[in-house]
Design a protein. Structure first.
Length: 125
C-alpha cells in the first residue's frame, strides 16, 4: 500500500505529482528544484544558491515523513552543466558527512523553471 507524502515546508508541486510516496518502508521523492516555498521563485542564479535550496526542499520532504538525510539510500542528481559537479558535490557532501548514499549524476539539456540542478532520492527506515 502506498502513502502520499505532502510537505508543508516544501514548494508546491508544479505538476501532477506528489512530493513523495512511501511504500514498503521506503520513501521515494519527486525531484526537487530550487524553488523557494514562500515565493515559488528560483532561489537565485548561482549553482551554490540553487543546490542549497534543493537540499532544504528535500530536507522538508524527508521531515514530513519523519526521516532525515541519514535515512537516504540513493540519490540522483541532474545538472544542466557537468562543469558544476564539483560545487554541487561539495554542498551535497555537507548533508552526507559519513556513510553517503549511492548516487548517480547526469547532465540534462534543461530542467523545469530554468533550474540548474534537480535532485531526487530514496530513503529507508
Amino acid at each position: 500500500m502506498k502513502e502520499i507524502v505532502t510537505a508543508a515546508r516544501a514548494p508546491a508541486a508544479i505538476g501532477p505529482y506528489s512530493h513523495a510516496v512511501a511504500a514498503g518502508g521506503l520513501l521515494f521523492t519527486s525531484g526537487q528544484i530550487a524553488l523557494v516555498p514562500e515565493t515559488g521563485a528560483l532561489a537565485g542564479d548561482t549553482i551554490e544558491e540553487q543546490t542549497e535550496q534543493v537540499l532544504k526542499n528535500l530536507e522538508a520532504v524527508l521531515a514530513a515523513h519523519q526521516m532525515t538525510f541519514a535515512d537516504v539510500v540513493k540519490t540522483t542528481v541532474f545538472l544542466t552543466d557537468l562543469a558544476d559537479f564539483a560545487v554541487v558535490n561539495r554542498i551535497y557532501g555537507t548533508r552526507f558527512p559519513s556513510a553517503p548514499p549511492a548516487r548517480s549524476c547526469v547532465q540534462v539539456a534543461a530542467l523545469p523553471a530554468g533550474a540548474k540542478v534537480e535532485i531526487e532520492l530514496i530513503a529507508a527506515k
